[in-house]
Structure formats: structure tokens, C-alpha cells
Design a protein around this ligand. Structure first.
Ligand code: FCB
Length: 458
């Protein structure tokens, strides 16, 4: 099954307590969107709006994980994962968006999932918000409104009260940058707004929600080794060429893509490079906000996929930036440059400049055009590029550890192919192939490689 690829990397080279896992998100895998009291999220509404997603697809069924979670945990065990990162669907737990009604059937699902994981020696890492805001809250303004931060604390309280005795890792938010910018400025994601003021307000409120929820979560997480943190998107930025324009733009793109959230979190300020008269007046700042946002976390989660090589701005209002595409580089099916060294560079920089505590890579992976082949021995998917991608990035993670970064874990994105937001089923990132018509999960060659690696067999 395995390719004869030698990546000269083995699990033995990592610290014994390094956590190896895979990640998913509720709306991308669960399906069962209208059962047991769940109400629509902004992603249900967005994906059912014509023209918003690839071929008008939605997450109504996705990986049917809500019903097949036991099969999925068995798959994780077969792969040899130590940990599984998943997210909680807010409208499944709080159908009214806030505490008024707590939907016990929704909470029961996560309770059973956590127990199933622990029974299989897999540690749960739970993301409280991975983009699926209840639509009822969106109708009141969603993340543009400060009140949403209180409702998020209610969600955090209800979930951590129920699961806090068993969950090892709590992640407040997944990639607030994407929620704010892609959801409110470029409009490619739910709720599909295209207003820079909306984006800045949403970003600030997301960060505030994170800070406000921290003490709530800490009060309820009773597992002795439990920790709480946040997951940020990240990209390694270098100028696309030697021009002054590209160099200046690279600095700005780094400020916007990386520092916009790192600085408030770890320095209690917005980046000084953002033009005062442009950015700050849009921030719905109240006294004390930055102190709340910069409350200490136990760990930082970073998602890393690619390098960004800005050349020039095409349209700033939609944040469209032209990038260099070095011909010698490799690219994934989404045109993302494969650049493992960017991961070690970023980890070193974040450690040096922002956070000296534990860091986890909470997502890393690649989409390729996988083909399912039926053979006499059974179904197979040959995906040597993804194996190379994973091995090289795991190698970059090891470099960072050797250079002194306290990196504590790595989560591959993703367990199996799933509803890739606006790209629907058109971007396959899984360690296992999801055959949508039959819902079969078929471990790809890369999944077999990861599994062999985890079992110390490569
Ligand atoms: C990240 C998201 C995750 C998935 C991957 C490919 O930005 O957190 O849900 O879409 O990208």
C-alpha cells in the first residue's frame, strides 16, 4: 500500500509526549443538520443560498459523522491517533444561540463522542467555535455586535461544564481572521458580508469573546492536564520580488495576515503599522478590551498551509493581492504553494516575538485531486504528493523543535474528505477518502503512511 518514499523522519525523533492527531470541524463533517433540536447556523443559510458554494453544495449530510461517530473513532484508532480535534456546533447545543434553551440532545452527542474517544485512548481537543454561528444570532447582527461575545461565553460555559472533566485541550476559536475577513470583507464565507467595517468589528468581538471566555472555561475544566488556548491561521510571507512595492506589501500582508491577531493576544495592542486614521476608528474598542483579549492562554494553536509571496495589490477593497508563483515550487490542487520551511520559520518567529509557551500545529494538510481505484485487493487511493506534503511539514516541525520551539503537537487536516466550505466537495484534504455516494471511508496511501509513522514503522 505504501509508496516507496523515504522521508528520513520517524516518530522516535520527537519528544515522547508529543501529541499526534487529526482535526475536523462540526459543519464540515456532522450532517444531521435538522435533527434532535439543532437550528440553522450561518453556514446552513449561506450554503443554501444560490451561487455561494461549489455546485450549490451544502453540509446537510457531509460525512454523516453525527450518526457514524463510532465508525470514525474506530478509523482514528486504526490510524493510531493520540488525539482528535473537533468542534462543537453552537446551534446544536444552544438552538436559540444563548442559554435560554440548552439542547441536551445536542450536548449528549458530544458527551458520547468524548467517551468513545477516551475508551479508545484518544484525547479530545475541542474547538468551541469553528465558524458556525447560530443564524438567530446573525439576525441580531452576529459578530458585528458586542452582545455576541456574552452568548459565546454562555456556550463556553454550557459545553465546558458538561465535558470539562474529560477534555484535554480547549480551543476557544478557530482562525478568527478567516471568520472576520473571509466572512465579512471578501464575502466568500458565511455570513457573506462585504463590508470592511463589519469585518473589523467582527474581528474585535471575536477576540473579545475569546478573552471573556477564558476564565469561564478555566473554572470548568477539571481534567488535571487540561489546557485552554486559541487557534490562529498563519502564513509565511515573503516579498514576491525585489521591488520596493513587493517588499512594502509583504510587510503589510504580514501585519494583516499574522500580526493582526498575534499582537492583541500577546502584546495587548493592535499592530502599530496599521494606519491610525484608517483602522483604529473602525474598532469598536471599549476601555479594558485589550486587557481582556490579552489574558494569558496555556497554549497557542497555529494552522499552517502555505507561503504568501505578494507582488502588488489588485483590489484592496476585496483584499485581492497578486502573488508570485515560482515555477520551481510545487502547488496543491488549490494552487497553494508547498513550502515546509515556512512552517519552521513561522514557529521560530512566533516563539521569539510573541509566545514562549506550548505551541500546537492544530491544522496542516493539502488538497489533491484524489482518485478512488477499485482493485482486487479492495479500494485504494494513491496520493504520493500528500504523503510528501505531510512528511516534509512534519520534518519542518522537527526542525523547529531542534531550534528550541516548545512545539507540543501536530494535527493533520483532516481525518477524511469533508465539506470544504465554499469549495464543497471539490477540495479533498483527508487522510481517508470519503466516497460521498456510499459514505465509505477509504484510507489513502498518505493515511497509511501517517499511521505507519505514528506506529514507528517508517
Ligand atoms: C482552514 C480551516 C479548516 C479547513 C482548512 C483547509 O482554514 O480552519 O476548516 O477549511 O482550512
Amino acid at each position: 500500500m505504501l509508496d516507496n518514499q523515504d522521508f528520513s523522519i520517524s516518530r522516535n525523533q520527537f519528544p515522547a509526549d508529543f501529541v499526534w492527531g487529526a482535526a475536523t470541524a462540526a459543519y464540515q463533517v456532522e450532517g444531521s443538520v435538522d435533527v434532535d433540536g439543532r437550528t440553522p447556523s450561518i453556514w446552513d443559510v449561506f450554503s443554501h443560498t444560490p451561487g455561494k458554494t461549489y455546485q450549490g453544495q451544502n453540509g446537510d449530510i457531509a460525512g454523516d459523522h453525527y450518526r457514524r461517530y463510532k465508525e470514525d473513532v474506530a478509523l482514528m484508532r486504526q490510524l493510531g491517533l493520540d488525539a482528535y480535534r473537533f468542534s462543537v456546533s453552537w446551534p446544536r447545543v444552544l438552538p436559540e444561540g444563548r442559554r435560554g434553551i440548552v439542547n441536551h440532545k445536542g450536548l449528549d452527542f458530544y458527551d458520547k463522542l468524548v467517551d468513545e474517544l477516551l475508551a479508545n485512548n484518544i484525547d479530545p481537543f475541542v474547538t468551541l467555535y469553528h465558524w458556525d454561528l447560530p443564524q438567530v444570532l446573525q439576525e441580531k447582527g452576529g459578530w458585528k455586535e458586542r452582545a455576541t461575545t456574552e452568548y459565546f461565553c454562555e456556550l463556553a460555559d454550557v459545553v465546558t461544564r458538561r465535558l470539562g472533566d474529560r477534555v484535554k485541550g480547549w480551543i476557544t476559536l478557530n482562525e478568527p481572521w478567516v471568520s472576520a475577513v473571509t466572512g465579512h470583507i471578501t464575502g466568500e464565507h458565511a455570513p457573506g458580508e462585504t463590508d470592511i467595517i463589519a469585518g473589523v468589528r467582527a474581528g474585535h468581538h471575536l477576540m473579545l469573546a475569546h478573552g471573556l471566555a477564558l476564565p469561564v472555561i478555566r473554572d470548568n475544566m477539571t481534567r488535571p492536564d487540561a489546557q485552554v488556548g486559541i487557534t490562529l491561521s498563519s502564513t509565511y510571507v515573503e516579498p514576491g520580488n525585489d521591488s520596493t512595492e513587493a517588499k512594502d506589501l509583504a510587510l503589510l500582508v504580514d501585519v494583516i495576515s499574522n500580526r493582526l491577531f498575534l499582537e492583541p493576544l500577546f502584546k495587548g495592542q493592535y499592530p502599530k503599522e496599521l494606519p491610525d486614521n484608517f483602522f483604529l476608528p473602525m474598532v469598536p474598542m471599549e476601555p479594558g478590551d485589550l486587557e481582556i483579549i490579552s489574558r494569558p492562554v496555556d497554549f497557542l494553536g497555529l494552522n499552517y498551509y502555505f507561503r504568501t509571496l505578494p507582488l502588488n495589490v489588485e483590489d484592496f477593497s476585496t483584499y485581492t493581492i497578486r502573488q508570485a508563483k515560482p515555477p520551481e515550487s510545487q502547488y496543491t490542487a488549490l494552487g497553494w504553494e508547498v513550502y515546509p520551511r515556512g512552517l519552521s520559520e513561522l514557529l521560530n518567529r512566533v516563539y521569539k516575538d510573541y509566545f514562549q509557551g506550548p505551541i500546537y500545529i492544530t491544522e496542516n494538510g493539502a488538497a489533491y485531486e484524489d482518485v478512488l481505484e477499485e482493485t482486487k485487493e479492495g479500494p485504494v487511493v494513491h496520493d504520493p504528493e500528500r504523503t510528501a506534503y505531510l512528511a516534509q511539514h512534519i520534518g519542518a516541525a522537527l526542525d523547529a523543535i531542534k531550534e528550541g520551539v516548545p512545539l507540543k503537537g501536530y494535527f493533520a487536516w483532516t481525518l477524511y474528505d469533508n465539506f470544504e466550505w465554499a469549495l464543497g466537495t471539490n477540495a479533498r484534504f483527508g487522510l481517508a477518502y470519503l466516497d460521498y455516494p456510499t459514505q465509505r471511508r477509504i484510507i489513502k496511501d498518505s493515511g497509511h503512511w501517517y499511521s505507519q509513522f505514528l506506529k514507528n514503522k517508517v
